[in-house]
Design a protein around this ligand. Structure first.
Ligand code: GDP
Length: 361
């Protein structure tokens, strides 16, 4: 994946790295269109051959990044894209056809830093901090031909210090095996000291010292993309497609994807436990939980229930004597309470007419 502000030379570098012309149909937006532009994600596939080994690479570009007036959270769609690839892999891995999974996870993100600022900009810090747990970030110092060699050196030191200071976790190159020969060890040290890789990109071939090379022709001379005295392009290319490709994939699998997977499983487990507890509560709340007995209240309630039962039984045995007695009581209570509300059950037909008569009086 390549990310960073537009115009920093991402497309040119990708074309130079893989000797392609991926962006010939690219439509560049004008300033007005870019004010409200959201970050898009585009994908291109390139086939490259390294020492007889054919590789199929997917290049993910993020046009529009940092282009709007308000760039708050403009890294979000990039983060979402990375997560979506993890999600797809997680689904495939949990499915039946696990042997033939197409791995679209992002194994490396080349993050382009402007050569014109004084070290990192707030957006750079925000982007890298938002993504460093998801992807291997390799910082790139763009358009290195615009800086003198001593400026490049100073900028690299400043950027490395700031990366450390802000707690950004970029891709860590693995330690060199102690059994390796001195030359290899020296190359490894140089590689680590090159971070951020100062690069130059070009889509044109120029003639330098009788040889046709990819480079940039200026009135004062030629900068050659593949000349290691001019920039770190060759180091970056070797690292990406030869020496560190497998390690980038390993770190993605063992660290970034594992983090994603662990989070996924954790939230799935939390959901299952929640669901189980919910069921338990429903079942138990209906039957298993005894209703708490408040001391003293139980006896009183039982006494009342017994009295009521007694009354009902009594009423059942003397159905006829009940009404006159009730009516009488009803009249009395009405006269006494002056039409206050009754707690008695609704009156029968006779009592009702009596009641009406009372009201008419
Ligand atoms: P992107 O928007 O990041 O993809 O940037 P482009 O690749 O489209 O490049 C933007 C402009 O910068 C073009 O005019 C390129 O020719 C120029 N450019 C690209 N790479 C370099 C470089 O390494 N040095 C210099 N000086 N200019 C470059």
């Amino acid at each position: 994946m390549v990310a960073g502000e537009s115009g920093l030379g991402k497309s040119t570098l990708v074309n130079s790295l893989f000797l392609t012309d991926l962006y010939k149909d690219r439509k560049l937006l004008n300033a007005e269109e870019r004010i409200t532009q959201t970050v898009e994600i585009t994908k291109h596939t390139v086939d490259i051959e390294e020492k007889g080994v054919k590789l199929k690479l997917t290049i993910v570009d993020t046009p529009g990044f940092g282009d709007a007036v308000n760039n708050t959270e403009c890294w979000k769609s990039v983060a979402d894209y990375i997560d979506q690839q993890f999600e797809q892999y997680f689904r495939d891995e949990s499915g039946l056809n696990r042997k033939n999974i197409q791995d679209n996870r992002v194994h490396c993100c080349l993050y382009f830093i402007s050569p014109f600022g004084h070290g990192l900009r707030p957006l750079d810090v925000e982007f890298m901090k938002a993504l460093h747990e998801k992807v291997n970030i390799v910082p790139i110092l763009a358009k290195a031909d615009t800086l003198t060699p001593s400026e490049v050196k100073k900028k690299k030191i400043k950027i490395r210090e700031e990366i450390e200071q802000y707690g950004i976790k970029i891709y860590q190159f693995p330690d060199c095996d102690s059994d390796e020969d001195e030359e290899f060890k020296q190359q490894d040290t140089e590689l680590k000291e090159s971070i951020p890789f100062a690069v130059i990109g070009s889509n044109t071939v120029v003639e330098a010292k009788g040889k046709r090379v990819r480079g940039r022709l200026y009135p004062w001379g030629i900068v050659e993309v593949e000349n290691s005295a001019h920039c770190d392009f060759v180091k970056l290319r070797n690292m990406l497609v030869r020496t560190h490709m497998q390690d980038l994939k390993d770190v993605t699998r063992e660290t970034h994807y594992e983090n994603y997977r662990a989070q996924c499983i954790q939230s799935m487990t939390r959901m299952v436990v929640k669901e189980r507890n919910r069921n338990k509560l429903t079942r138990e709340s209906g039957t298993d939980f005894p209703i708490p007995v408040v001391p003293g209240v139980g006896d009183e309630t039982e006494k009342l229930i017994r009295e009521k039962d007694e009354e009902v039984r009594h009423a059942d045995h003397e159905p006829d004597s009940h009404h006159p007695h009730d009516d009488h009581e009803h009249h009395e209570s009405e006269h006494n309470s002056e039409h206050t509300q009754h707690s008695e059950p609704p009156p029968g037909p006779e009592t009702h007419s009596d009641h009406m008569a009372d009201e008419a009086l």
